[in-house]
Structure formats: structure tokens, C-alpha cells
Design a protein around this ligand. Structure first.
Ligand code: NAD
Length: 297
């Protein structure tokens, strides 16, 4: 069997097209652009790349991007004051504080300051709670992107066995909640799970969010299963001095067994920013009191 490749780049491109159309509708109805504020503290090179890319994508979608860059030694009180100012700013629909924060800043304290209705990353405990009890809120971008790819591929997920490997607050746990809400039978595996290959072999859906290069092997995969690889790991390439990106799944091996699989890069990665734009636009409509159909984006 050779798995179908789930093309996250193409899916994300189409999603961004729908977002741009709706963002133009929003502007026509309100006379202003939906706005996303991104706060970056410090000089972390990867974070700088993400923030630049988020800003560019926001503008390309016809929305306003507000970037706030603060020095690495920013006091927590000053960061909280900025978040409060953004909470109060009617031009700002979504607020994202780029993680990780420098060590002297407490991430949970800062995230707890964001107005949950502007928390487009879905990291606030209020949004985690809303997801857990099935109320509308904001869902973290990466797992929501994975769910979109799964539903596009499989249609109904009801009754399927799903194994999520990884239990982080930003990927594993919300992914499991989303799959449970779709009536999957969900197992969350993690670093203490016994007999992980056997656990994964039961799964119709495997979501790998671990951060270990090519850990999930072909013989762990049930024939025909759908495999979503969230991992982004930089490893040495064959060319000396060069690097390449690989996922948490042994792609070449698993593609011979799975029914469908996301590549790395070009699978889950492009979905994250597209869903961030989606969440920002949903926030803009909600915060302006304009009804938006559940399936609009
Ligand atoms: P994390 O480090 O917070 O969590 C990793 C999880 O993996 C933990 O819950 C841990 O229990 C589990 N784990 C560790 N070793 C294990 C093992 N041997 N067996 C089973 N489980 C094990 O990581 P995260 O933030 O959830 O990210 C996971 C991966 O996803 C990383 O590679 C990250 O770069 C990637 N990621 C990608 C995107 C994207 O946009 N595509 C977004 C977020 C994270």
C-alpha cells in the first residue's frame, strides 16, 4: 500500500483564500479591518521568524497586523500592562503572545491576562475549559488544523480509534479533546506509556506530537490508518553541514502502510498560521456582534 499524501499546504492555501474573502466582507460591514496583535519578547531567532511570518500572512489576508517587540529584560508588569492595553483596544480582535517567554516571565500569568474572547491561540484556561465542556471558544491552532485535515480526509470520525502521542497543553491535550468531541475513542499516549507500538497499532487515526525525529515506525501503523505528523525536527542532512526537517513519524516507512499521511514539511505546519488567521477573523465577527455561521470557515 502506498498512502495518499495529505497536502496541508494546498488545504491551508484554500483556507486562506476563504479567510481573505470573509475578511473583506468583515471590512465592508464594519468599515475596519480585523486586527491581530502579536507580542514578541526578546530575540529568539525561531520566534522572530514565526512572528514575521504571522504578520505577513495577516496582512495578505486583508487584516491588520500590530507587532509589539519588547526587549528580553522586559518586566512582567510592563508586559501585562501591554496585554491589558490590547484587551481594551477595539482595533485588536486577537492577541497572541509568542512563546516561549524569557525565563523570568511566567507564561501562565501572562496568558491569564489575555481577554479569553481575544485569545486566538486558545491557551487561556477559560478556552481550555470551554473546549473540555463543548462550549464555543478558541481552540489552539495546530490541533484544530489537524482536525480540519482529518475531517477533510475521512468525513465523519465517529467511532474511530484515535491515538494521540503527546500530552502538551498546546497540541496533545486539545487534540484529544477535539477527537473526543467528534466521537472518536481516544487514547492519549505519552513518555510513560507502556508498549507504545501496540497502543498505536490499534489506531485508525494516529496523531504524533512528540518532538522526536522519526520515532513512530512503519510496523506501529495499522494498515490503512490515517497518520497526522505534527513533529518538526531538524536533523543532519546527507550533505555535510546541511540540515533537513523531519517529523515524528518515519515517513518513508509509514507511507507504505498507512492509508493517508501528512508529510513534513508541507503537512500540519502550514495549517497553524491559516487557523490563527481563521481564529482572528472569528474573534472579529464575534466581538463585533455579527453572526457567523459555524461552518463559514
Ligand atoms: P512538548 O515537548 O510540549 O510535548 C511532547 C510530548 O511528547 C509530551 O507530552 C511527552 O509526554 C511526549 N513524549 C516525549 N517522549 C515520548 C516518548 N518517547 N514516547 C511517547 N511520548 C513521548 O511538545 P509540543 O509542544 O506538544 O510539540 C510536539 C512536536 O510538535 C514538536 O516537534 C514541535 O516542534 C511540533 N509542533 C509543531 C507545530 C506545527 O505547527 N506543525 C506546532 C506545535 C508543535
Amino acid at each position: 500500500m502506498t498512502a495518499d499524501v495529505i497536502d496541508g499546504k494546498a488545504f491551508a492555501g484554500a483556507l486562506r483564500g476563504r479567510i481573505a474573502t470573509l475578511a473583506a466582507d468583515f471590512t465592508a460591514q464594519t468599515g475596519r479591518k480585523a486586527g491581530l496583535a502579536v507580542v514578541l519578547v526578546g530575540e529568539d531567532p525561531a520566534s522572530q521568524v514565526y512572528v514575521r511570518s504571522k504578520g505577513k500572512s495577516t496582512v495578505e489576508a486583508g487584516m491588520a497586523s500590530f507587532e509589539h517587540r519588547l526587549p528580553a529584560d522586559t518586566a512582567e508588569a510592563d508586559l501585562i500592562a501591554l496585554v491589558n492595553a490590547l484587551n481594551a483596544d477595539p482595533a485588536v480582535d486577537g492577541i497572541l503572545v509568542q512563546l516561549p517567554l524569557p525565563g523570568h516571565l511566567d507564561e501562565q500569568t501572562v496568558i491569564a491576562t489575555i481577554n479569553p474572547d481575544k485569545d486566538v491561540d486558545g491557551f487561556h484556561v477559560t478556552n481550555a475549559g470551554r473546549l473540555a465542556v463543548g462550549q464555543p471558544g478558541f481552540v489552539p491552532c495546530t490541533p484544530l488544523g489537524c482536525l480540519m485535515l482529518l475531517k477533510d480526509r475521512l468525513g465523519s470520525l465517529s467511532g474511530l480509534d484515535a491515538v494521540v502521542i503527546g500530552r502538551s497543553n498546546i497540541v496533545g491535550k486539545p487534540m484529544a479533546q477535539l477527537l473526543l468531541a467528534e466521537s472518536c475513542t481516544v487514547t492519549i499516549a505519552h513518555s510513560r506509556t507502556k508498549n507504545l507500538p501496540d497502543v498505536v497499532r490499534r489506531a485508525d487515526i494516529v496523531v504524533a506530537a512528540v518532538g522526536r525525529p522519526e520515532m513512530v515506525k512503519a510496523d506501529w501503523i495499522k494498515p490503512g490508518a490515517t497518520v497526522i505528523d505534527v513533529g518538526i525536527n531538524r536533523v543532519a542532512a546527507a550533505d555535510p553541514g546541511k540540515t533537513r526537517l523531519v517529523g515524528d513519524v518515519d515517513y518513508a516507512g509509514a507511507a507504505g502502510v498507512a492509508g493517508a499521511i501528512t508529510p513534513v514539511p508541507g503537512g500540519v505546519g502550514p495549517m497553524t498560521i491559516a487557523v490563527l488567521l481563521r481564529n482572528t477573523l472569528v474573534a472579529a465577527f464575534r466581538n463585533s456582534g455579527i453572526a457567523l455561521a459555524d461552518d463559514a470557515i
